[in-house]
Design a protein around this ligand. Structure first.
Ligand code: PLP
Length: 405
């Protein structure tokens, strides 16, 4: 029988966060091993609970959620997102400029499919959240990675970004606060990116899904607040700020010169209508989440769970001989550098696989985030301290004797 093969459209599509190493972890679990999964930013399995009022609202609205909604989303959710933007000083957003999706993930794919012709280029950070690169490839485009500089708070290198703009470049993607590096961009950096977008007529996609998860003095500045003359498409959602990743609720907001983008917006509306609508019960969570008490603030300040875990992860990793990382100023991750003079890492995937086999901890290797270097990994600091501390001790134990030959 002739083999059934996958579409060649998937040839360059890569999403290694749930890739081969995660499959190996599953195999070990099936054999009876207990694996600590520090590979995915999924708060619920680590005991984070959604705010009660959100759950109640979804339950309350369940009987009314049986039919499809409008493709762009229910009105109350879109009004809530609009008001959230207005509160942040972004005025030129109307209900019709908002699309509700099954998580930001769906909207990223939709936004790239509506935009790209074969060979069109999109500037994407390196390291990145790899869905952006995958979505560009799936849409026939070419992801061109710009450097983010570890020596400068992991901020984008604007010179490198500009040097990579060609006639085919259509857009710049930025992720702020950043996954995987934890960077939170300064106004100067954002203004620099906006200036490039303005100069070269590019769209900015600003992925701000972690906009409320900030540590120490970090302040998040929405990109759309800084310019009304550049088309900015902001992504946000409930998965992280409200710890309900399983609900699959996100939004995409178009701001700036929309008349100029009418045709593109028509494409977005077409794709949104082809998938009918986002999951309706979860759409009801959006208004309550954005309008209500912001319990995330308790987790990220004082002796809140997230700030404590972030501090411990940062301190303990930097105390391990040969490992180092910047402090995460936002989000849920640290991006760790492994000193290559000491460990001679030639294959980061093998390193993470060896760690999994030895210590039963699952991390993600650096190259999954579209970097060239082979000596990084990402750690999710979601576990409670009583689980996080032993986990990092195991990582220390692993690197105490590890060397690749
Ligand atoms: N954007 C970034 C930067 C992320 O880290 C994630 C998930 O980890 C997503 C988007 C996808 O989020 P959602 O759960 O809304 O699909």
């Amino acid at each position: 029988m002739k083999a059934i093969t996958k579409s060649s459209k998937l040839n360059n599509v890569c999403y290694d966060i749930r890739g081969q190493i995660a499959a190996e972890a599953k195999r070990l679990e099936d054999e009876g091993h207990k694996i600590l999964k520090l590979n995915i930013g999924n708060p619920a399995p680590f005991g984070f609970e959604a705010p009660d009022d959100i759950l109640k609202d979804v339950i309350h609205n369940l009987p009314r959620s049986q039919g499809y909604s409008e493709s762009q989303g229910i009105y109350s959710a879109r009004v809530a997102v609009m008001q959230y933007f207005q509160q942040q000083g972004i005025k030129d957003v109307r209900v019709d400029d908002i699309f509700i999706g099954n998580g930001v993930s769906e909207l990223i794919v939709m936004a790239m499919q509506a935009l790209l012709d074969n060979g069109d280029e999109v500037l994407i950070p390196s390291p990145d959240y790899p869905l952006w690169t995958a979505a560009v490839a799936l849409s026939g485009g070419k992801a061109v990675h710009y450097r983010c500089d570890e020596e400068n708070h992991w901020f984008p290198d604007l010179q490198d970004m500009e040097s990579k703009i060609t006639k085919k470049t259509k857009a710049i993607v930025l992720i702020n606060p950043n996954n995987p590096t934890g960077a939170v961009y300064s106004e100067e950096v954002l203004q620099g990116i906006i200036a490039l977008a303005r100069k070269h007529s590019l769209i900015i996609y600003s992925d701000e899904i972690y906009d409320k998860i900030l540590y120490d003095e970090a302040k998040h500045i929405p990109t759309a607040k800084l310019a009304t003359d550049v088309l900015i498409i902001t992504m946000g959602g409930l998965s992280k700020n409200y710890r309900i990743a399983g609900f699959r609720a996100g939004w995409m907001v178009i701001s700036g010169p929309k008349l100029h983008a009418e045709d593109y917006i028509e494409g977005l509306i077409l794709l949104a209508s082809m998938r009918m609508c986002a999951n309706v019960p979860s759409q009801h969570a959006i208004q309550t989440a954005l309008g209500g008490y912001q319990s995330i603030n308790e987790l990220i300040s004082g002796d809140g769970r997230l700030i404590k875990q972030r501090n411990i992860a940062y301190k303990m990793i930097n105390e391990i001989d040969g490992l180092s990382c910047n402090p995460a100023m936002g989000a849920l991750y640290i991006f760790v550098k492994v000193d290559n003079k000491k460990f001679n890492i030639t294959d980061d995937e093998r390193m993470i696989l060896d760690l999994l086999k030895q210590e039963k901890i699952l991390l993600v290797h650096g190259r999954a985030f579209n970097i060239k270097e082979k000596n990084y990994f990402r750690l999710v600091f979601l576990p409670h301290v009583d689980m996080l501390i032993p986990a990092i001790e195991k990582i220390k134990n692993f690197f105490a004797s590890y060397k690749q030959v």
